[in-house]
Write a protein that binds this ligand. Sequence first.
Ligand SMILES: [Mn+2]
Length: 435
Amino acid sequence: MSKFTWKILPAAPKEWLEKFPELSEAVGTLLWQRQLSTDQEIESFLSPDYSRDLYSPFLFNHLAKVVERLQQAKAKDELVYIYGDYDADGVCGSAILARTFKKLGFKFAVYLPHREKEGYGLNKLALDFIKDQGAKIVITVDCGISNTEEVAYANSLGLEVIITDHHQLPAELPKALGIIHPQAPGEAYPFKYLAGGGVAYKLACGLIEKSDWSDLEKEKMKKWLLDLVAISAVADMVPLLGENRTLVKYGLIVLSKTQNLGLNELMILANTNTDKITADTISWQLAPRLNAAGRMEHANTALELLVTESLEEATGLALGLNQNNLDRQQQVEEVLQVAKATLQINDNLLIAVGDGWPAGLLGLVSSKITQEFSKPSLVITWDGRQYVGSGRSIKDWNLMTAITAQAELLDKFGGHPQAAGFRLKKELIAFLSPP
Ligand SMILES: [Mn+2]
């Protein structure tokens, strides 16, 4: 029996196809199946246009307010901390803001939490550290929307928090100075599926547009950041529709002639053919290497690579990431073999429980299991203090909803419908014993 059950979508109706004589039947049907029905939707899908298909960042409800506060911070020479996620999306988003701040002359620093020791999102110890450095403002990138408690703590320390994120919204939003999130309640921004890096880019564009540079300088700066925006979107697997399509199309062009020394070095090591850059170049060559930093050591290496202006440093950092990636591949293979040998099935959910597996690799292992068996999976390990887990799901089963339904068993959780992570409460140890 075949591993797949094929469900063939219906062909486009003849009358509909006749309205678009310039399209072949095959292309017409594919567009119709994607529910693209107007001339304008079809045109934007087939030929995204930079000057037509991007929205103004100031459509975000809070963007003007946030830009104004940041301009004030710059004028007063206040220290601003960028607090990013450790994956390729978060690191690229942090690099986008860092490069923009540097060009604009901000006093700033970047903090990326350690994937295993600190975990995802804001944490109080990190906020204490940031406060001690003399910061006034913290801007989250690709995280923060679920950190209601940590934002309250930051406020109690006298830190103002700006959230830029795209993750699932919690019941109670954090009390931040501004929330830039395409799906925030009442958010006017028309496109809802930007990656974390895309959201950070919108803030960067707002700052650039309000700067005193010439129009030409502004345009150049905004365009040369698009390589990082494309990596964010493809690495995070956001739908390549609407504004994402335009950002990625132009981002790939920028990537093929990137001015980013680190990306250039990374592409040399990955044997990238810069004449044929596609989304696959990002998925298979760049994103795994950028992610390897956070999974194997610390995401700071990837960030430094993306912001460095020294060729020598870029070469060294790229070599390090390349090695991290090789080590990562080997370890995933090892954990995958053990996980598959201990796989349990519960309804239609596959579960593997282990001991001491690197937490940064659980999602990759889960993804391979889900791919192989076409079923959602959870890969859970004992990390010496607690059970941590990561899961991947199939298209028709919302993993995040399933995990949220078990919130009372969990210390921390977050993610998307098809990919999520969690920590089990310590009291639950008795119910799960490592194999
Ligand atoms: Mn993301």
